[in-house]
Each structure stands twice: as structure tokens, then as C-alpha cells.
Ligand binder design. Structure first.
Ligand code: XLS
Ligand code: NI
Ligand code: NI
Length: 436
């Protein structure tokens, strides 16, 4: 008995349709800049929010109506849930999914039993991937929920917690490889601190680096060739997380000789928590060569936590896609909806509305970004702003032909700088609105 019996495969109906169970902009086979939309976007469903989210918050328990869930957290229930997940993803038309080890299978009474549980569900996931053609974008390990990780995992003050986490990531890498996962994500759930009085920051960062090197080594050993990704987030659950933002992550990777092995998975709501925009984070990671994948969601600018809402803002998705196209696309990364329906949107059908909205918003963003690029007007304005660098002293400085002394000589002769040009911000804002 299907879980979503009343829902058919979500069709592409075009922008004029009012059918809420259809795409209005996402047509997987439509060509944009010479590539089908589905290959640009590589949409992924987040197992934890969509199939494990209960709607609980600090003030009350879960609200979600999920008729397929049994009362107890058994392996059989987890296997059944996996089949439901694939029914959902197949009807939606998502090409990828992502999970934490503990999303897909329950913990047992020992690590041995936990690993056995994982294997039993991975078997079903493999069958369902085979049946549907849906692929694993990335796997990861949950090393923040269990109380053993209260002080962190790789950065815990307890060496045994580090060892347990290592055993967990070892297994998570094995199953990610087994399922053909194209990436593996590190998000440091509790890799940070609550206060500095009790924290040896250098020691913790050294441990985190050692941990990541062990993961790189083990991947090599088992022949896992997926891309490692580090996911920045400044805070929550800890007061300060070491993977604060793109710049902090890139510095860490370079300082500890991990830059050749790890790129970034950038999440919108984490960018805003860090006091940046998603556009800023994508540009920063992109020009440094670290753009790997994105966790597509959005926050509420009036709330100071990770609300993980589905993205519907066309300015946001346009900015994302402009940066993504500029830096050559995301593959082997993708657009993972690390997003959850609101606590009040408790019906199963809301999962469809949420993902359809996010996918359409990104499809529109992609088309708008491609139109902006094809037109070239924005590019031209930016280039003009820097025109003083295209010849004369600007070109000479860029070519490394100057020093402070030679520039002093140049300025003493010239006396004053050439007139500045307008930044044209308002003109550009109006221009962008013409494409929306
Ligand atoms: C939490 C993170 C998490 C990672 C995967 O805020 O976004 O969901 O994406 O561990
Ligand atoms: Ni995330
Ligand atoms: Ni998040």
C-alpha cells in the first residue's frame, strides 16, 4: 500500500498552470546554457528533515502526521520508512538524497548492533536506488545527538568520544561508498565551545584536523572517491562553532593541509547566522576554489536561529545560481534541501508543496541567472567599474611591475587621482528587476 496513494508523479505544467501539485518552472530536461536543468540543480531531499522531522520544538512535542511510522523505533520500521522515502522522492522527481547514519537506522545497544541495524537499512536503500535510479548525493554521521557527544566529537575533551566518532565515520564512509555516494559531509554539530574558560582551542582544532586526515586516509584505503565537504555554521547548538563561515573553514583547511581533499557545503541559513548573505559565502568559497555543494534553505531574518525554511525568494535563488554558474557548477555537489516544513504544516502533502516550491524557486533562479549572463549588461557595468585596471598603471600593478617607490614617483608626477566613477548601485538594482 503506497504511503502517498493519492499523489501522482509531479508533472511540469508550465508557468501558467495553477495546479499546486505541478512544477511551474522546473522542467528537468529544459536546456539552460547547454545543459539540462536537472544537471545544473541536482536536487536532493534531506532524509533527516523530511522523514525524521517530528515538528517538535523546545516548547512542545511533535505534531507531524506520518501514518507510515510505527510507534517503536525498530529496524523493520526504518526499512519501511526507507521505501516510503523513495516513493516520495520518485513522485517528486528529485534525483538525489542525503542522510546521517542515525537518520536511516536506529542505534542499538552496542556499536556492533548499531552497525548491523545500519546494514539492514542500507540494503533496502540500495534496492530502492536500483529500482528508481535516485542517487546518494552525500552521507554523513550524526555525532551531536547522542549524549556521549555532549562535549563534541573530534573536538571533545574526552578522548573516547573522539574514538567513538572515528568508528562511526569509518562505518559511515563504508556505507556511503557502498551506496555510490558522490560526497561525504562534515558538519561539526558540537565541534565548538560554550565558553573559553574551560576550552583549549588549539588542542581541539588540532584534534579536528587529525580526525579529518584520518577520514581522508580511510577513504583512500577503501577506494571511496567521493568529494569531502565541510559545512560552515557559526553557532547552534554551541555558542561558537569552529566551522564558523566559509573564510574560517578555508583557513582551517589550508592551515592543516586539508585543502586538496575538502571543499565546502554552504548553507543559506548558516550564512545569515554568521552575519553574511548566502551570496557572500558562495562568492567567497567560489573564488577561492572551495565551492562544493549547497544546503538550500532560508532563515527568517527576524529570528536568530536556524529555522531551516524552504527557499522561495527569487532574489536569493538568482544570486545563488549566478555564483554557481560563474564558478562552473556544483557537480559532484548539488542543491540539497536542508529544510523542514513548519510545525503547523503537519500533513504529508505539505512535504510535496514545500519541495515543489523550493525546486521551482531554484529553477527560476537558474533561468534568470542565465538570462542575466546571456545579456551581459550586469557584467559590463561591473567591468566598467574596474576600467582603471584594464590599462596604464592599473594593468601594470596587476602585472607585478610596480613597487611603493615606483607608485610614489607616478603619483608625485600625476599629482591627483583620475576622477572616480559612480558605483551605479541603484541602476544595477533596477536592471536586476528587469529580469525577474
Ligand atoms: C545543521 C546542519 C546539518 C548538516 C548535516 O544545522 O545543517 O543538517 O547539513 O549534518
Ligand atoms: Ni546543512
Ligand atoms: Ni542547518
Amino acid at each position: 500500500m503506497p504511503a502517498f496513494a493519492e499523489i501522482q508523479k509531479i508533472p511540469f505544467d508550465g508557468p501558467r498552470s495553477k495546479n499546486p501539485l505541478a512544477f511551474h518552472h522546473y522542467d528537468p530536461n529544459e536546456m539552460v546554457e547547454g545543459k539540462p536543468m536537472r544537471d545544473h540543480l541536482r536536487f536532493s531531499v534531506a532524509y533527516w528533515h523530511t522523514f525524521r522531522g517530528t515538528g517538535s520544538d523546545p516548547f512542545g512535542p511533535g505534531t507531524m502526521h506520518r501514518p507510515w511510522e510505527a510507534a517503536s523505533d525498530t529496524v523493520e520500521n526504518a526499512q519501511n520508512r526507507a521505501r516510503v522515502a523513495f516513493e516520495f522522492m520518485e513522485k517528486l522527481g528529485a534525483d538525489f538524497y542525503c542522510f546521517h547514519d542515525r537518520d536511516i537506522a536506529p542505534e542499538g545497544r552496542s556499536l556492533t548492533e548499531t552497525n548491523k541495524n545500519l546494514d539492514a537499512v542500507v540494503k533496502v536503500l540500495a534496492e530502492e536506488q536500483q529500482r528508481t535510479g535516485i542517487k546518494l548525493l552525500w552521507g554523513t554521521a550524526n555525532m551531536f545527538s547522542n549524549p556521549r557527544f555532549m562535549h563534541g566529537a573530534a573536538t571533545s575533551s574526552n578522548a573516547d568520544a573522539f574514538a567513538y566518532a572515528a568508528a562511526q565515520v569509518k562505518k559511515a564512509l563504508e556505507v556511503t561508498k557502498q551506496l555510490g555516494g558522490e560526497n561525504y559531509v562534515f558538519w561539526g554539530g558540537r565541534e565548538g565551545y560554550q565558553n573559553l574558560w574551560n576550552t583549549d582551542m588549539k588542542r581541539e582544532l588540532d584534534h579536528l584536523a587529525r580526525f579529518m586526515h584520518m577520514a581522508v586516509d580511510y577513504a583512500k584505503q577503501i577506494g571511496f572517491t567521493g568529494q569531502f565537504l565541510f559545512e560552515p555554521k557559526p553557532k547552534e547548538p554551541t555558542k561558537h562553532q569552529y566551522d564558523f563561515d566559509a573564510a574560517a573553514c578555508i583557513n582551517f583547511l589550508r592551515a592543516y593541509d586539508l585543502a586538496d581533499h575538502v571543499k565546502l557545503n554552504i548553507e543559506t541559513n548558516h550564512a545569515t547566522l554568521a552575519g553574511h548573505t548566502m551570496h557572500h559565502e558562495l562568492e567567497y568559497a567560489g573564488h577561492q576554489g572551495f565551492l562544493g555543494s549547497i544546503d538550500a534553505n532560508t532563515g527568517d531574518l527576524l529570528l536568530g536561529w536556524d529555522t531551516d525554511q524552504f527557499p522561495t525568494d527569487i532574489y536569493l535563488t538568482t544570486q545563488c545560481m549566478l555564483s554557481i554558474l560563474k564558478y562552473g557548477g556544483l557537480a559532484p555537489g548539488g542543491v540539497n534541501f536542508d529544510a523542514k516544513v513548519r510545525r503547523e504544516s503537519f500533513e504529508p502533502i505539505d512535504l510535496f508543496y514545500a519541495h515543489i516550491g523550493g525546486m521551482d524557486a531554484f529553477a527560476r533562479g537558474l533561468k534568470i541567472a542565465a538570462a542575466i549572463r546571456a545579456d551581459g549588461a550586469l557584467d559590463k557595468l561591473v567591468r566598467e567599474r574596474y576600467s582603471s585596471w584594464h590599462s596604464g598603471v592599473g594593468a601594470e600593478i596587476e602585472a607585478g611591475k610596480h613597487s611603493f617607490a615606483s607608485l610614489e614617483k607616478y603619483m608625485l608626477e600625476k599629482g591627483e587621482i583620475s576622477p572616480n566613477q559612480s558605483g551605479r548601485q541603484e541602476l544595477i538594482e533596477n536592471l536586476i528587476n528587469c529580469y525577474l
